[in-house]
Design a protein. Sequence first.
Lengths: 336, 333, 310
Amino acid sequence: MLSFLLRRLGDVIPTFFGVTILVFLMVHLIPSDPIEMLAGERSVEPERYAELQKQYGFDKPLVVQYLNYLGGVLQGDLGKSYVTKRPVIEEFAVLFPATVELSLMGILFAISIGLPLGVIAAMKRGKWLDHLTMSLSLTGYSMPIFWWALLLIMFFSTTLGWTPVSGRLSVMYFFEPVTGFMLIDSLLSGQEGAFSSALSHLILPTIVLGTIPMAVIARMTRSSMLEVLGEEYIRVARAKGLAPMRVIMVHALRNALIPVITVIGLQVGVLFAGAILTETIFAWPGIGKWIVEALNRRDYPTIQGGILMIAFVVMAVNLFVDLMYGVINPRIRHKR
Amino acid sequence: MALLEVKNLTVEFGSEDKPFRAVDSVSYSVDRGEVLGIVGESGSGKSVSSLAVMGLIDFPGRVTADALTFDGQDLLRMPSKRRRQITGKDIAMIFQDPMSALNPCFTVEAQIMEALKVHEGGNKKQRRERTLDLLDQVGIPDPKSRMTAYPHQLSGGMSQRIVIAMAIACNPRLLIADEPTTALDVTIQAQIIDLLLKLQEDSDMGLLLITHDLALVSEAANRIQVMYAGQLFESGPADSIFAAPRHPYTQALLEALPERSEGHDRLRTIPGVVPGQYDRPAGCLLAPRCRYANESCVNARPEVSDFNGRDVRCFYPLNDQGQPTGLPTGETV
Amino acid sequence: MSENFTPSAVPASNAAEAIEPVAAPPSPLRETWDYFKKNRGAYAGLIIIAIIMFLAITAQWIAPYDPIIQDRSAFLKPPAWMEGGSWEYLLGTDAVGRDILSRLIHGAQLSVSIGLAVVAISMASGIFLGMLAGYFRGWIEVSIMRMMDIMLALPSLIMAMAIVAILGPGLENAMLAIAIVQLPHYVRLTRASVVSELNKEYVIASQVAGAGHIRQMFVNILPNCMAPLIVQGTLGISSAILDAAALGFLGLGAQPPLPEWGTMLAEAREFVGSAWWVITFPGLCILVTVLAFNLMGDGLRDALDPKMKR
């Protein structure tokens, strides 16, 4: 198990350094001059130009600049935003919980719908329920989620008026963030109605963000279940006289889950990509919206920092999922 | 009354109008303390018939029988819940490939205790003790340390012992062993058969031993059924079948045994394969491969009939000299 | 081989031949097509793609209006069957009086070209890099594959956004970005199949016969690696269309007044409460097109996968 962990770390760490190089080079690949961008004007006076260059370290050789950058990154210094002049890492820390909350809800939604759908489809293989489930799931998988979001808003918010259009909380409520998770903070605040307001703001974004992962999970669960149901040990389990439900839920599902868990882990990337669109549409104050705004303002330190942090989180979650995989799959756990 | 009574068991797959009969009107019975050997090539329907007895044939397979009773209880017409109480408790089964018969996600202990929990109840401690007993009984060295092992940590022979322990956990009265040694090394095969026979003798179980290995049944079984393409071809006491096969197929099988090929340059073989779904002959199913077949064999299908006290499905059953009887005059082989 | 009575030397087909003569095996292409045809979803996908292709190719002639011409007398006109709609504008008009149907048809042209161009660029360079990595192994493989790992560490849309941030917004840059993002999939796939092909007898045989590296790589090995690449390419078209629309929606892809479906949605966003048609139709076009390519990709995968064949 320990060697497995070390081997995975051996894969992840060089990749992380690779991403830092990529992100670092980004600024130097831009056709326009970053100093001019910083000063916010076209032609900067030579003295001021040199001063800015020195201030941001642009006068040093590229390798030195990179090592400085890397040194900063390793200490948690991602530079300062050109726009707000605040440390990027601080802005990230403030906004990150909102994205985590949304992503967690999205993946929970995806698992709680996708997994049963996949199991049902596998059990009803070839019947109409299977075809229906799989058609729905392929549609979900092909969904342009920014359009899906607009459709849901059109129907549930503007036509029916059931859910709010945007934001995390109704303006009626205000409280200091404690955990950064609105669902928890609203409960902690003790304000009446705050929790249901937070929840109603979450519903549509959750559905939108969870749609593609749900479809992927349903498809994976189905094919994995079908493969496992054809195994001899399922027949053996039935020959023990076990109830069909127990055979499926214990003997088949446990084995079928192994590849599904990997797929769930891989959805982190999908969730972040989806969060960018979802947060933009629902004005959700998370890192997705933050990065899009930074892009529009050409706020390169923020873009760099945001991308680096997302890569970091994705890699960390994938590593975690790999370890989970070891826990659930005895064959890996015992490999020496 | 026999422990297991099977009368005209038929298993069909495929569409209603063009079904494929994997098992075609097969009858047999097993008494307590008796070993019945079912012999046949791949595709002869011997495994399918035993799955039907276990109730493991799924839709779209269809199982019909004039009688399928266990200890006088009608297995086909009882509610599925009641049937599950018999399956795994009174009738247990051992499968061909032990490496794939164990669930890779659960420990040995968990898989054996599961059967105990469903059928015997009791508390966890009792079940664990019983499991330890069982592992000891099936000859697993150091059973305590094996309890928490996962299937991938076990060898093939060891796995088959676990599978056997799992099957006999609830003291079944009938044990079906479907090719229990095929997937194992030759050196292990004899050990496993000895183990099975010992367990059978000790607890007076009925044992249904399904195999393609004639040498094996000749030593183990009291009675033998020879199956071919889903049909019963010959049945009778083991020793008399070996002494004087009545069906040309049985004869050919025996001749193909290496120990009976002494004096021949090559091992004798049976040309061709068992007919499948699409190439079933119109007449006797063996006709294309039978050395004695004549026109009536190609055109009509023989029924099972009594010949010298044995059930034989052949128009021209063999005499003690191994020559067909009743051939139309003038014809010789 | 679990059951053998005999080391039978007689061919197994003897018995079968007596019953019916064995038909000649169908050609691989024919066989694949037969399996593909049986899959109703994949077949439907193919038909939809054919229709979209037709619309894309003939857009100039069949679209009723120029996609960027504005009719100042017809802002936000609803579709013909709605109250206030007219048959002049079948699917209505947008906020500046452009015919939605015409824009959608021209959008099909854009989306199909984006999909095809992206996959062509990405697949060609991916196959080349993957072939180098798989064929030469050693440091070439390590450096190429490490690079791909780094690219895969970032979610595709975010990676594409980063590239667009460097290159600047616009349709061509967005296409290039998506092509780069898709690259690792083709590289990995090619490398994996090349590595598994490399040890096969036919490769060794032609090496002995004196085939050069280029011949080995692209004449001998590549055709045997194509099946998974074709499937990936089909699915790649759908994700390229989806990503291009997403970039367009974020303002980073095709710029107005280009009638790209995602860009159209971005312009229509503010009418979410008032004019459902400006939002519904472009998105529906994206969904249907992406779905069609996914259906076809799934069907191709099943048809080309020998394991699925019985």
